[in-house]
Design a protein around this ligand. Structure first.
Ligand code: ADP
Ligand code: MG
Length: 421
């Protein structure tokens, strides 16, 4: 009995292992692994079949040796279709011939019937719910054992009534394990499906946020362009006035263009464009583009550079965007002007960028909500700037920490892993 249990558990392991292995190595996001990875599954299931046949187990009495090769055959035929089924049949038939013995022809004939017949049930199988799937695989499993039983009786005269108990146990045993295997696969596929729809949902969310942000922000410049054009249509302005209006229109269009650039940088695909970035050079660029903005608001930009030139990994434009969004907030936090300190610091394994202002500061609750979409305390804020920054820094495997005190100021720290050249 103990030998039987061990043998059976080994067989179960041989069947489950390819499924688990697949789960471990498959790339997430590919639904229905038997359809998208037929070859892999066929190879893995062939290995299961061979292992099952090489290590069979005694069933109840010493006369009966049994293995569970039918389980991968049935499951493979149902999920993989006729070609997978044919390959698995060849593997098991060759294996069975190698083992030899009395039952060989019956076994091979039985396997042929399973391999040829079960794929016809595949369309039905894929339509029904999992309880009917369980019923279906159980029935197939039992039918194939019944075939063995009767074939043994008619060809070799094996007495059924003596062994009926054993046959029933076998049917329950193999049928139960087939059900478990099928349910395991169903479960894994369902997980995969849920994961995929979650990803899709998240992408949709991001897209709709950006659609909302861009349309919201574009409305203002468009409104003013429209207003000026209408004025120009209705009144006969002097030349100087016309030029002034036209310049305003051009400015508004430029603002709209910049806005589109800002947000579309974020919407660009993430992967495949991560490059080595020299933080110092990137920072200089950002400071150059932000200086006019800061100066116009009486904010003094102070820069302390580090001494190391270790690169980090990221997309240059996105990195700029992340910094610009923080700096813009810091400048906005100092309506009466002040000092904005930007410091580059290199430590053992990371590079930090500190951005410190002497602005209005935030409460703990506000700090905790930073990066949340639409979280804004400004009358004309979008609450998207820091969401973009957080997401970019996250894509670069960096981290953001914020220290802030109401009325005193705020310090943003971006920390990135250093790349060794
Ligand atoms: P927005 O600037 O459009 O409001 P952000 O995502 O850029 O959206 O910022 C969210 C909120 O975080 C701001 O409304 C502001 O209240 C707060 N905040 C961000 N940076 C600072 C800062 N340096 N000082 C004070 N408050 C800040
Ligand atoms: Mg902002």
């Amino acid at each position: 009995m103990e030998a039987m249990m061990t043998g059976m558990i080994n067989n179960i392991f041989f069947i489950i292992f390819p499924i688990i292995l697949y789960q471990m190595f498959a790339t997430a996001g590919q639904r229905n692994f038997f359809v998208s990875h037929r070859t892999t599954m066929t190879v893995l299931f062939s290995i299961s079949i061979i292992l099952c046949m090489v290590f069979p187990y005694q069933f109840l009495t010493e006369d009966y040796i049994f293995d569970l090769r039918q389980v991968p055959m049935i499951v493979g035929a149902l999920y993989g279709g006729p070609i997978v089924s044919a390959v698995l049949f060849i593997v098991s038939a060759v294996g069975r011939i190698a083992i030899g013995g009395d039952g060989m022809y019956i076994a091979i004939l039985n396997q042929l019937l399973v391999a040829a017949g079960v794929p016809f049930l595949a369309p039905l199988y894929s339509r029904v719910n999992r309880w009917w799937k369980a019923v279906l695989v159980f029935s197939i499993s039992i039918l194939s054992l019944l075939f063995n039983m009767f074939a043994g009786y008619f060809i070799f005269g094996d007495p059924i009534h003596n062994l009926i108990g054993i046959w029933l146990m076998l049917m329950l045993n193999q049928g139960g394990i087939t059900i478990l295997t099928a349910l395991l696969i169903e479960h894994l596929q369902k997980q995969e499906y849920l994961y995929n729809s979650l990803m899709r949902h998240e992408k949709m969310e991001t897209v709709s946020h950006f659609a909302a942000a861009v349309s919201h922000e574009l409305r203002n410049p468009l409104q003013s362009v429209k207003g000026f054009v209408q004025l120009l249509q209705v009144y006969e302005y002097p030349r100087a006035k016309q030029l002034e209006f036209q310049q305003t229109i051009l400015d508004e269009i430029k603002a709209a263009e910049e806005l589109i650039d800002d947000y579309l940088i974020y919407a660009k695909p993430v992967y495949g464009e991560m490059k080595h970035l020299e933080v110092e050079a990137e920072l200089s660029h950002v400071i150059k583009i932000m200086s006019p903005y800061a100066n116009a608001r009486n904010v003094e930009l102070l820069v302390k550079r580090g001494n190391s030139l270790s690169p980090i990994l990221g997309d240059s434009q996105k990195f700029h965007q992340a910094l610009v969004n923080i700096i813009r907030n810091s400048v906005e936090a100092m309506p009466d002007g002040g000092k904005l300190e930007i410091e580059l610091e290199t430590s053992g394994s990371s590079i930090c960028v500190h951005i410190q202002d002497e602005g209005v500061g935030m409460t703990k609750e506000q700090v905790n909500r930073l990066g949340e979409p639409y979280f804004s305390n400004k009358s004309k804020g979008t609450g998207l700037g820091l969401m973009v920054t957080y997401s970019i820094v996250d894509q670069m495997s960096g981290e953001i920490s914020v220290q802030s005190e109401l009325g005193k100021g705020t310090r943003f720290t971006l920390e990135f892993p250093k790349l060794t050249k």
